[in-house]
Design a protein around this ligand. Structure first.
Ligand code: T3D
Length: 266
């Protein structure tokens, strides 16, 4: 029996999802896509989930599309593109829309769609030995899974074009220096640091964090006036949440807040 392509573990207030095809550096095939979509769906359905941690088994985070699957039985190469519609685009949309933060713990190489999948997460932590490579140009494709959207926004046009057109690996330290990711940490500290962040998120005002994600994503296409109006709408919603009342009371009473993450007052 072959191993499950994705492992999912429930922790106190968050879930850990591990891509589990280490022999292919956790490359995406249909089974992995489907198992990952199921794991994310389960996390979302579980009302106690307040953060998601995604990492890879073995020495890699994810090497993008499994290229073995692109060679058909007759030896021809399958047309690229359809998998974006059926799997990659829904995955990126889902990660951005989840009502809690998603932390990527990039434990090793993140290549192709595996790199952009990591960049779609809210917080990207990387082991110092990890690398980020927009490998697409090496095989005659363009960056997908949101890469052409994320890269220039994160690192600016010059570095985005360099990464995409040259397809050279970027070290975790350089990724942090460029603002591609949140932080590079020592290899043996990666999981403990990612878990520490998820424990923090599990006690956070989750509804406000979900609205914050929404505000940042809209800022990508809004002008300032539209964004100010959106902040007004979202802040009114955050202000109606029990966590706002609790946050203010805790501050005044000089104690730690006890956030429920809920959007409505009971
Ligand atoms: O419809 C569509 O297909 C469009 C969608 C496209 C999305 C994409 O992601 S396109 C980009 C696909 N990914 C790549 O091009 C990256 C391919 N992999 C690599 O360039 C290198 O493996 C890495 C830079 C990621 C790591 O290099 P290295 O030297 O550390 O490891 P390796 O020796 O190359 O790989 C180890 C094994 O994993 C090896 O298998 P073997 O020889 O031990 O049996 C290798 O073939 C396998 N592997 C790595 N990446 C993939 C893979 N097998 C299938 N697909 C992969 N993507």
């Amino acid at each position: 029996m072959s191993a499950a392509p994705v492992l999912s573990e429930t922790r106190d207030g968050y879930r850990v999802v591990t891509l589990n095809r280490p022999e292919r550096l956790n490359a995406f095939n249909i089974a992995l896509h489907e198992a990952l979509a199921d794991a994310i769906h389960e996390a979302e359905r579980d009302r106690t989930t307040r953060a998601l941690l995604i990492t890879g088994a073995g020495r890699a985070f994810c090497s993008g599309q499994d290229l073995n699957d692109r060679i058909m039985q007759n030896g021809n190469i399958a047309a690229a593109g359809e998998s974006l519609r059926t799997h990659y685009n829904p995955l990126v949309r889902k990660l951005r829309a989840l009502p809690f933060p998603v932390v990527a713990a990039v434990n090793g190489v993140a290549a192709g769609a595996g790199c952009n999948f990591a960049l779609a997460c809210d917080i990207v932590l990387a082991a110092r030995s990890a690398t980020f490579v927009e490998a697409f140009a090496r095989i005659g494709l363009i960056p997908d899974a949101g890469g052409t959207w994320f890269l220039p926004r994160l690192v600016g046009s010059a570095r985005a074009r360099g990464m995409a057109l040259l397809a050279e690996p970027i070290s975790a330290d350089k990724a942090e220096e460029w603002g591609l990711i949140w932080k590079a940490v020592a290899d043996d500290a990666l999981m403990s640091e990612a878990e520490r962040i998820c424990v923090q998120f599990a006690k956070a005002p989750t509804y406000a964090l979900a609205l914050t994600k929404q505000a940042f994503d809209s800022a990508g296409h809004n002008d300032l006036e539209t964004q100010l109006r959106l902040e007004y709408d979202l802040q009114k919603r955050a202000g109606m949440s029990p966590d706002f009342a609790e946050g203010v009371r805790a501050f005044v009473e000089k104690r730690k807040p006890n956030f429920t993450g809920s959007r409505t007052r009971r």
